[in-house]
Design a binder for this molecule. Structure first.
Ligand code: NAD
Length: 418
């Protein structure tokens, strides 16, 4: 990994602290997660061996409400990564003004090398290990990289078995039949699409003359690519861990989505179509396109490649794809970055709607969900945009100024216990 992502998250906080004259005492508190839990997760593997995985749950802040954040399964998961992601969740919930703090969880494992039964046993044991600190009014997990609605269903079932009742509000991103929300699966990608269109509108650009490259073809990237192409943008490149696929005339996103439904591990590997060229994940970042939407993992746009990026608009579908050094280089070049905490907030917004629906046991239709999502993202986008113009700073700085001010104000109003 190119940079310690928690250091990167702290650097972003420190930069904004200087800009908003943050009280040094509050700053000190906000530089540390409230709670970090490391757990050992023994799992019976199909061949009879026991494998012990390391899992984490970090609650960064509960100042504005219950902690909220996804669970990631990946071989590169570390405590520092989970801490960074938990910090970003805190700012994300604050910038879009939903009543949550921030958290994140992860297990260091490679789910592609495990059977579904092994992943299910891992999920259930990990759930029990973090159960002392999660809860519908304390800390509510959701899907992230390599976890899905199915994983959330197992978590909900595990907690429900322990409590002896169906506990709907323990996780969001659940299957619809288990108290999930319509529109949740698409919500993050939809938010990326809405943020992109809002930026194009501000810049007076026509979506039908806009070219887009999307790195990552998972939950976020594939939906963003699909919805942007449906809005008339020309999505010329897409990629996943197997590599990139490029057609200057525009990709057949519908065909690619069909392909990954049945491909091995749902990867694009082996996808072939006339006019489509194979490129690397590095090359996709450097294409001559209008919009680049990094929607895979963190640390993709760094000091190393930022100067070579040609896209004038970067809409961050992933969390932390751009390092602070790269941010400065992009800003000097005049590129506009819609920061992760705003651009990919669609997921947590509809997670919030799911939680509200679960608590009320009353479910909304998809149009209502999508309209409310759009309203919240557009409002937050406009607030960030206005502040960035007023203070003459980039959109990331403006988003952080709004978010950190909200968390700091809540902290001051609550007072320091005891
Ligand atoms: P996912 O597991 O569904 O998809 C991840 C995608 O990235 C896959 O296509 C994978 O092949 C690809 N990928 C992995 N390593 C790569 C590499 N080295 N180069 C290029 N592509 C690579 O995960 P997701 O839920 O789509 O999450 C993607 C990003 O969006 C993460 O940063 C995540 O934290 C963030 N995010 C997700 C949500 C959500 O609701 N799922 C919400 C907000 C932010």
């Amino acid at each position: 990994m190119a940079e310690n992502v928690f250091e990167m998250a702290l650097k972003q906080l420190d930069d904004v602290a200087a800009k908003i004259n943050l009280d040094p005492n509050i700053h000190k508190i906000l530089r540390q997660p409230e709670r970090e839990l490391i757990v050992a997760v023994p799992v019976l593997m199909d061949d009879g061996r026991i494998e012990v995985f390391t899992g984490y749950r970090v609650q960064y802040s509960s100042v504005r409400g219950p902690c909220k954040g996804g669970i990631r399964y990946h071989p590169d998961v570390t405590l520092d990564e989970v801490k960074a992601l938990a910090a970003w969740m805190t700012w994300k919930c604050a910038v879009v003004n939903i009543p949550y703090g921030g958290a994140k969880g992860g297990v260091k494992c490679d789910p592609f090398k495990m059977s579904q039964k092994e992943v299910q046993r891992l999920t259930r044991r990990y759930t029990v290990m973090i159960m002392p600190i999660i809860g519908g009014r304390r800390d509510i997990p959701a899907p992230d990289v390599n976890t899905s609605a199915e994983t959330m269903g197992w978590i909900m079932d595990t907690v429900s078995m322990f409590e002896g009742r169906t506990v709907l509000d323990i996780v969001t991103g659940k299957p619809i039949e288990l108290g999930g929300s319509l529109g949740r699966r698409e919500a993050t990608g939809r938010g990326v699409m809405i943020s992109t269109l809002q930026l194009l509108k501000k810049m007076g650009e026509d979506p039908s003359r806009t070219t887009v490259a999307v790195q990552g073809f998972g939950n976020v990237g594939s939906v963003a690519a699909d919805l942007l192409s449906k809005e008339g943008c020309k999505v010329v490149a897409g990629s996943d861990v197997s590599g990139g696929y490029y057609n200057p005339k525009g990709l057949d996103i519908k065909g690619m989505l069909e392909y990954v439904k049945t491909s091995k591990n749902h990867l694009l590997e082996g996808y072939k179509k006339e006019g489509v060229e194979r490129i690397s994940n590095e090359e996709i970042l450097l294409l001559d396109v209008d919009v680049l939407a990094p929607s895979a993992l963190e640390n993709q746009i760094t000091e190393r490649n930022a100067a070579k990026i040609k896209a004038k608009f970067i809409v961050e579908g992933a969390n932390g794809p751009t390092t602070p050094e790269a941010d400065r280089i992009l800003e000097d070049k005049g590129a506009i970055v819609v920061p992760d905490i705003l651009a990919n907030s669609g997921g947590v917004i509809v997670s919030y709607f799911e939680w509200v629906q679960d608590i009320q046991a009353y479910f909304w239709d998809v149009d209502e969900i999508n309209q409310n999502l759009e309203k919240m993202i557009v409002k937050s986008f406009d607030e960030v945009w206005e502040l960035s113009k007023e203070k003459k700073v980039g959109m990331r700085a403006a988003a952080y100024m709004i978010a950190v001010t909200r968390v700091a104000n809540a902290l001051k109003q609550r007072g320091i216990f005891p």
